[in-house]
Write a new protein. Structure first.
Length: 230
């Protein structure tokens, strides 16, 4: 059973590795009559449901005046290598995400899905983990009716800007994943397609409240979404 197509979704991060897989799933979702993307460059996708907006991330609201939305999806983020400094990365990974969330609330959104990281922890001594954790806490404080946090570990995807650590680990993932058992299962690698399906399943989870999804949850969520849509 599916909802009638009347809801509007907004996606920040459509040009990233995960966002590129998520966007087609949202466009094909019968729950949505429109999907708004916010990016600096065109996605190259043409679809009757797609409302593609090229925006200045330092002034997101300027490109979104008069828009209403129901569900927000955020797969937006960068790396310290690309950002150039911790300050710049904080502005991008935290500042832009929070600006998007604040706009979503003002535009009527009650639901928000956020792509975080497996080691997110606001009190961590590791900058990346701390930044993701602080962003999660800030999103919780906004008071969305439904907030789903997705915490993947290593994401298996083709990237032009792959981190050096990822390049070293990728050949070892089949072995390392088998060693990740018990409490460490959440650190197993996940194909970007599986991750995107798990995030897309958020559209069917109205009334779920606050949830944090780890590897096990994301594996199951993707399967559940397929069953619901069929």
């Amino acid at each position: 059973m599916t909802e009638s197509p009347h809801k509007i979704a907004a996606l920040l991060g459509a040009s990233g590795a995960t966002g590129r897989r998520l966007l087609p799933l949202l466009l094909s979702d019968p729950a949505y009559s429109k999907v708004i993307t916010l990016s600096r460059r065109a996605t190259g996708i043409s679809h009757e449901k797609l409302d593609e907006r090229i925006v200045d991330f330092d002034d997101l609201a300027a490109g979104l005046r008069g828009v209403s939305v129901d569900d927000c999806y955020c797969t937006f983020g960068t790396t310290i290598k690309i950002a150039g400094s911790e300050e710049a990365m904080t502005r991008i990974d935290h500042g832009y995400v929070m600006a998007f969330a604040a706009w979503g609330l003002a535009a009527g959104a009650k639901r928000f899905a956020y792509l975080s990281a497996a080691n997110a922890n606001a009190g961590s001594s590791v900058f990346y983990a701390r930044l993701k954790g602080q962003t999660e806490e800030a999103l919780k404080a906004l008071g969305f009716a439904d907030l789903s946090i997705f915490r993947p570990s290593m994401i298996i995807a083709q990237r032009d800007n792959r981190r050096w650590a990822e390049s070293l680990l990728f050949p070892l993932l089949p072995i390392l994943d088998k060693l990740m058992i018990g409490a460490f299962t959440q650190y197993r690698s996940i194909p970007v397609e599986t991750l995107a399906k798990a995030i897309a399943a958020f559209s069917t989870q109205s009334g779920s409240g606050y949830q944090t999804h780890y590897w096990q949850d994301m594996q199951q969520a993707g399967r559940d979404r397929k069953q619901v849509l069929h």
